[in-house]
Design a protein around this ligand. Structure first.
Ligand SMILES: *Cc1c(COP(=O)(O)O)cnc(C)c1O
Length: 421
């Protein structure tokens, strides 16, 4: 079954890879490249033009979807303003995130409270801020919403397995389908609108099967809800869409099957629309920003040491790491560019790590080497690519004195229409 055509755009022919705004790998381009080359101190750089193109590309793939950026993935005012200017809404998880979303240009009707975990005070505060749509996954929470945000719309998050994702997000969130019936029934009796269902397939979901399972779960639950006379008006497909530029812990490109994922999504959305008159919300985080942010760091030291057990290893210590920009070192590695060092030069395997006195501050748990140039010196610049997601939000206040990276936003083609007032 083919997806409905969006905005009169021709559907692309199969087997013809389309150029995406996101480079799967290779050298940075445009404003990002210019800014990296010009940087003489450490920083994190976001390419607003790239982020806008990524947003447009997602809408072209899934026409009609209400995209609400999960702002924890990049809580940078300029980035949020640029997305809001493009028409994006926001998935916020606390009153402080709601404030930031409002401050950067979204109206309350374009923001929902997407966190299932909230105190009475959080609910009341969000309601005061004008928020009228809330995620939930328990009777206790929905009862509190009825009390502190009377008349609100609620959507119920279903638990998923997280299989196929780098970060599963299972266990802590979501309920079983039978509980969703009970929760939305409770909502209705308490004067709330049982407005929707949601899922999150896990962050950096690498398989189309992960999405297929979630869509099957949604279809089954929509059918059961209809049996109780509950007809939600929307389905929230959550986050989980992958970044394209990551490498695995061994340094091999991850290469997620994005086209296949979109095909499964389009088909699944058609199927759900046939079951109930629903519209679709998505809450992408990393997919919109990861590949359009890069870190400019430096080499602290390249060393070679023998270990007590007889083995030996090269270690490349960088000026930034897990605690100031590269939090996700636990599951992935980033492509590194050493400007001025040709790719064809002599390379050696080295374990790459951050600068702090914490052994978690290393790629691959400090065990998995990747190839780097042999002749790196302290102070040499290094560009760390596809580092735009979850960098600033997970940054510590300055563990061991290694403070947050200064943040810079750049554009390739200045477009006055979308510049900040
Ligand atoms: C973090 C989060 C997202 C974004 O997830 P990504 O994997 O970055 O796309 C979306 N929805 C909810 C509820 C989240 O907690």
């Amino acid at each position: 079954m083919s997806a409905p055509k969006g905005r009169g755009e021709p559907r692309r022919r199969p087997n013809r890879p389309r150029t995406r705004p996101t480079a799967r790998r290779g050298a940075p381009a445009g404003a990002l490249a210019t800014a990296l080359s010009a940087a003489d101190t450490d920083r994190i750089i976001y390419d607003l033009t790239g982020i806008e193109a990524q947003y447009d590309s997602l809408l072209a793939e899934l026409p009609g979807t209400d995209v609400r950026f999960a702002l924890k993935a990049c809580p940078v005012d300029e980035v949020l303003s640029c997305l809001a200017g493009r028409g994006a809404g926001f998935d916020a998880a606390s009153p402080a995130e709601i404030s930031q979303a409002l401050r950067t240009g979204a109206t309350p009707d374009r923001i929902h409270y997407g966190n299932t975990i909230k105190s009475d005070h959080d609910i009341a505060e969000a309601h005061r801020q004008g928020i009228r749509t809330f995620a939930t996954d328990s009777v206790e929470d929905v009862t509190a919403i009825a009390r502190h945000a009377p008349g609100a719309r609620v959507f119920c998050r279903l638990a998923t397995s997280g299989e196929g994702a780098l970060w599963g997000l299972n266990r802590k969130f979501g309920c079983a389908p039978e509980d969703a019936l009970r929760i939305l029934d409770t909502a209705r009796s308490a004067g709330l609108t049982p407005a929707g269902l949601s899922v999150h397939v896990g962050s950096q979901q690498m398989t189309a099967e992960g999405w297929q399972a979630a869509l099957d779960l949604l279809a089954g639950t929509l059918t059961s809800l209809a049996g109780r006379g509950i007809v939600p008006d929307h389905v929230n497909l959550g986050g989980g869409l992958p970044a394209l530029g990551y490498r695995d812990r061994h340094g091999t490109p991850l290469d997620p099957p994005l086209d296949k994922i979109f095909a499964v999504l389009r088909e699944g959305m058609d199927r759900l629309r046939a079951l109930a008159p629903v519209t679709f919300v998505m809450e992408p985080g990393r997919h919109l920003v990861a590949d359009h942010g890069a870190v400019r760091a430096r080499v602290a030291r390249l060393t070679h040491r023998r270990r007590p057990d007889g083995g030996d290893a090269h270690w490349l210590y960088l000026s930034c790491g897990k605690f100031n920009g590269l939090y996700e070192m636990d599951q992935l590695t980033h492509q590194m560019v050493f400007p001025g060092r040709p790719d064809e030069g002599v390379t050696i395997p080295a374990v790459v790590a951050g600068p702090t006195c914490d052994s978690d501050d290393a790629y691959g748990a400090g065990l998995l080497p990747v190839r780097i140039p042999r002749d790196l010196a302290s102070g040499d610049p290094v560009w760390i690519l596809s580092a735009g997601a979850y960098a600033t939000s997970y940054t510590t206040g300055g563990f061991n004195g290694f403070g947050p990276l200064p943040c810079v936003c750049v554009r390739t083609h200045p477009s006055p229409d979308h510049e900040r007032p």
